[in-house]
Design a protein around this ligand. Structure first.
Ligand code: ZN
Length: 89
């Protein structure tokens, strides 16, 4: 029985690691690395402390980031994985 438990744990760890990896990749792609700004680079609005801590290197306020994100996102049901790949090239 003990072996079975250990196996389950290992699989879960692997899944968790790959999720963390993917999240880190998404974050790195969405926000520039470096120091968080206290004010938005676009509109000079103050960036809330919680946002700066949640997104290290954040340069935009929520409004500007949302605008930027929606500009990136193709409208309609385009395959997410496909668009992700094309952005990386
Ligand atoms: Zn802004």
């Amino acid at each position: 029985m003990a072996g079975g438990w250990a196996k389950d744990g290992a699989v879960e760890e692997q899944i968790e690691a790959s999720i963390r990896d993917e999240l880190a990749r998404l974050k790195a792609r969405r926000t520039p690395q470096g120091e968080s700004l206290t004010h938005c680079a676009d509109c000079d609005e103050p960036i809330p402390e919680a946002r700066r801590q949640a997104l290290p290197g954040v340069k935009l306020c929520i409004d500007c980031q949302t605008e930027r994100d929606s500009a990136y996102r193709p409208r309609g049901g385009i395959n997410r994985r496909g668009s992700k790949d094309s952005q990386l090239k």
